[in-house]
Design a binder for this molecule. Sequence first.
Ligand code: TXE
Length: 477
Amino acid sequence: MNGQNLIDGEWRSGIDAFETVNPSDLGEVVGRYSKATESDVARACAAARDALPAWSACNMQARADLLRKVGDVLVERRVAVGTLLSREEGKTLAEGVGEAVYAARCFHFQAGEVIRAQGQWYDSGRDGFNIVVTREPVGVIAAITPWNFPIAIPAWKVAAALAHGNTVVLKPSNFVPGCAVLLGEILQQAGLPRGVFNLVLGDGEPTGGAIIDAADGVTFTGGTETGRLVLRRAAETMTKVQMELGGKNALVVLDDADLDLAVDIAGNGAWRQTGQRCTGTERLIVTRGIHDAFVERLMNSAKRLQVGHALDPDTEIGPVANRPQLEKNLAFVERARAEGAELATGGECLKRRTKGLFMAPTLFVGTRSEMWCNQTEAFGPICSVIKVDDLDEAIHVANDCPYRLSAGIATAGLSSAERFRRYSRAGMVIVNAPTAGLEYHVPLGARAPSGFGPRENGLASSEFFSETKTAYINHGE
Ligand code: TXE
């Protein structure tokens, strides 16, 4: 497909043409794109600003109907979207189609949010007054997205922004612009007025920075280091910020866990979607009594996983999404080994029928919490086991890491699960299920440095995507 930049309702070519290649088959070009010029970026931001008064005043039923239609089209086109996603990012087709449906549900949910928007009415301490609290749009939203969920993350940001009456300039990752371009086409087809949604392709600098400067709010998902740069940039203009950043998520496995379930959810969290989920499991904190049986079973299940071309029907784990990430993964493995982590399985590239970025599911054992490999995000199909004595030590180790995104526990004990839920410092806690696999109707996010600002999704999305207005009304009665 030939993607472009969507500026004020028109698709425009830019400068610096670039291609994306299929990580399952590096010889296959998936898309040819060009980056928005500096003046295109400025025009996109100006178009979003110009479109704001009419869109924020748009009839609520019309706005809800439009968002619902976008969701409907995403469902209808889920196989096309999912296939493009699999070719450009490397998720298996089932994962790609599933992500397209998830994106549709975000639009459907936010269509409902338009109708459910509420205000508050207060009595006043002053006779003849009442006080009304309403929410109104933030303004122009800069949405900056990473490569690991090429349709879901743009969808949940754009759907929430539009639902609350904002206009948008989206800058996706250069590794996966295809789904963002498709989303732009679908929004246009659904009848979104020109300028309400704009898409600019380009690098973090200058393009990402430029849209932050021009926006009233920036919603960002990506690496923690990039998040720091975004925050500094936004501080210059006091732009409202919401960020979802890195993770080093732990799954605690207690002696009383169902062993089959624990192995299943550990493997799912660590290796599915090639370990490229911000909520994926990178640390397995396992109590002594179950440790050996758990490790053996998990290692065997890793060896059985089918790694291969994302579109092959038998494939369970697709390729690493891009070459820089694969190189980062391999360097991670080397450094972990050098500091004494014992490689139980994986760690290497795999040869398949096509020349792709295939990496074996990787498991380290015999590690300690303070090791570099347990303190640093890998973002690949790599996880390590830390042996502990009991629940208290497990909770301590789970919290003994700078990241705070998600954390899970496998246990048959209700009180252990409750204790973990209460004392975990993660933004999301999961009991007897993988640390990844989040739903669209509840808050998503974490405290710093895994997140910053209000949560995304669910009812919580109104905190970032709208502003509060408090009105004191002296009606004299
Ligand atoms: O993220 P980046 P990338 C982590 C993961 C991965 C690493 C790099 O560790 O290896 O980040 O992945 C834009 N101002 N996560 O390259 O670099 C950039 O163009 C404004 C974890 O995808 O953070 C892209 O659109 N924007 C994460 C977006 O920011 C800037 C998910 C993300 O880029 C910018 C993905 C700047 N100065 C990656 N620099 C998670 N945990 O969810 C870059 N960008």
